[in-house]
Design a protein around this ligand. Structure first.
Ligand code: SME
Length: 166
């Protein structure tokens, strides 16, 4: 099965995320690393006004860079550091309307102006985070958070995760 190359209209965000989640479910495999790669590509293809999207995975008490689309990024983030480490430690998603106003924000692409980070959680354990950057201030809304949360749930539930993550 392959993802459609067409762009899903973004005007109605609820409809957009329903279609995006349906595509994601359609291309999901049981291998987690395949899904990380394809979900990053799917988001880069369909989400307008973003310059970086990817995953950091929890490994030996820190976050390590995994599949992404965008400029090369920082490889290791300590729990509690930056937006990613803060979301990972609290296991709560974070919307940052202006990255310059977030104390400790870690710059990977200087074009980034706003950011959203969602934790990936399985059975109460942190697997990693989904991180998306935008060159536009206040790019991400509550509707994006809800839609992306559904996408991360598909990723978590459809993938078989190795025991080292859980
Ligand atoms: N800005 C993130 C670092 C990762 S990059 O944006 C890809 C942070 O503050 O955690």
């Amino acid at each position: 099965m392959s993802a459609s190359a067409t762009t899903i209209p973004y005007k109605d965000k609820s409809k957009f995320y329903n279609e995006l989640c349906s595509e994601a479910s359609g291309i999901a495999e049981k291998e987690w690393f395949v899904n990380l790669a394809n979900f990053a590509a799917l988001l880069k293809q369909h989400l307008p006004k973003i310059n970086w999207v990817g995953f950091y995975l929890a490994h030996n008490g820190e976050l390590l860079l995994s599949s992404f689309q965008g400029l090369p990024a920082c490889t290791r983030i300590a729990l509690g550091k930056g937006v990613c480490g803060t979301a990972a430690r609290s296991m709560e998603s974070i919307i940052v309307p202006d990255v310059d106003q977030f104390p400790g924000h870690i710059v990977c692409d200087s074009a980034s102006r706003s950011e959203i980070v969602l934790p990936l959680i399985k059975d109460g354990n942190l697997l990693g985070v989904l991180d998306i950057d935008s060159p536009v201030l206040a790019r991400f809304t509550e509707e994006d958070r809800v839609g992306l949360q559904k996408l991360t749930e598909i990723l978590v539930t459809k993938s078989q995760w190795p025991q080292s993550f859980t």
